[in-house]
Design a binder for this molecule. Structure first.
Ligand code: NAD
Ligand code: DAU
Length: 332
């Protein structure tokens, strides 16, 4: 049995990873999470006490981090400020957590020679034109667009430098857009599902032609576990499930699955600097480490996600009004 520390384990993808690890391995997990507006302790409800410990704290708190690394076999680093729209409003927390926080963890990994896996995003590569036949690969040059993605790119480069300069035993993964349970209602898919539940029209930024490459959060988790077990130190792996869809098609699918007319949505003010398209080529992860996604049918995964939000209104309702007030102030 290994002792894992998962930063950001009370967030969307981190909590899905903790559930995945508890179901598929015998590892013990210690979650380190600051419980920002995006963290929810309840996302870890139901997990057995002998498999999970929860530490409420900041990844930029060096003494706390040092103590946790002392007894960890591996650290999987999910904690981040993660929302592009928030980064346009107030970039500072993105620098503090994504850059200084990651630096603090890397220094502890260096001191304790801890195996470290850094979770990152395909947004570090910028965006593609709609008709570009290329997809992102591990050798695509970094070209981030937003304050969020630029801090994630910066954190990736810190990890690479700590591997090369100090021999830190780290890997990096860059994944495409996730969907599934426990995602904050500020994000596209949960926002529209919970809008429909509340009889509010879904909101599409601009013309809705922007393409995202959707992957179920559980497939992201299985990929990270595969990299942790079989990945080569110093390497980067792209994670994706060939799920390209434009936003308009996704909104129409949500409306149809929820029994509403497919055109019952509003176009609203576009996001500043809005990336047009992301697309991942995950050949390296599949060919070298033998990983495959399990969720092949996006519509079925989306239907299950809708069902989860219908059944867990008490999980998301406390944050919904504040999120909608924030968007309304920006005409979105
Ligand atoms: P999220 O916003 O849902 O969760 C982030 C978690 O980190 C929260 O629990 C929050 O409380 C915690 N946190 C924030 N600042 C912290 C700090 N200073 N110290 C400790 N904990 C802190 O984010 P998410 O969507 O689950 O994303 C998780 C990771 O995956 C991020 O690194 C993100 O860049 C990456 N990622 C996300 C996606 C996606 O589609 N959401 C895709 C690819 C990569
Ligand atoms: O690609 C990976 C990234 O995916 C992660 O690094 C980020 O952490 C994660 O938030 C996500 O970023 P996006 O900006 O792509 O996700 P978001 O859910 O904010 O938006 C998805 C798309 O939907 C995007 O084109 C903007 C659009 N959108 C979003 C909202 C909230 C709308 O059209 N309407 C909305 O109400």
């Amino acid at each position: 049995m290994a002792r894992l520390v998962v930063t950001g384990g009370a967030g969307f993808i981190g909590s899905n990873f903790v559930h995945h690890v508890v179901s598929h391995t015998d590892h013990h997990v210690t979650v380190l999470d600051k419980l920002t507006y995006a963290g929810n302790r309840r996302s870890l409800d139901g997990l057995p006490d002998d498999r999970l410990a929860f530490v409420h704290g900041d990844i930029a708190d060096a003494p706390l981090v040092d103590e946790l690394f002392r007894s960890a076999d591996a650290v999987i680093h999910y904690a981040a400020e993660s929302h592009n729209d928030n980064s346009l409003d107030d970039p500072r927390p993105f620098l503090e957590t994504n850059i200084i926080g990651t630096y603090t963890l890397l220094e502890a990994a260096r001191r304790h020679d801890t195996r470290f896996h850094h979770i990152s995003t395909d947004e570090v590569y910028g965006d593609l034109e709609l008709d570009d036949p290329q997809r992102f690969t591990e050798s695509t040059p970094y070209n981030p667009s937003s304050p969020y993605s630029s801090t994630k790119a910066g954190s990736d480069l810190l990890v690479r430098a700590w591997v090369r300069s100090f021999g830190v035993r780290a890997t990096i993964s860059n994944c495409s857009n996730n969907y599934g349970p426990y995602q904050h209602v500020e994000k596209f898919i949960p926002r529209q599902i919970t809008n429909v539940i509340r009889d509010i029209q879904p909101r599409l930024y601009g013309a809705g032609e922007n393409v995202r490459d959707w992957i179920h959060a559980d497939d992201h988790s299985s990929a990270v576990l595969t990299i942790l077990e079989k990945g080569t130190i110093g390497e980067t792996y792209l994670i994706g499930a060939d799920g390209e869809k434009n936003n308009k098609d996704v909104v129409e699918m949500i409306l149809q699955l929820m029994g509403r007319p497919r055109d019952a949505y509003d176009h609203v003010t576009d996001r500043a600097g809005h990336d047009m398209r992301y697309a991942i080529d995950s050949t390296k992860l599949r060919a070298e480490l033998g990983w495959r996604p399990s969720f092949q049918d996006f519509e079925a995964g989306l239907a299950a996600t809708i069902q989860w939000y219908r059944e867990n209104e008490d999980w998301w309702a406390p944050t919904k009004d504040r999120v909608e007030a924030f968007y309304a102030s920006k005409g979105q």
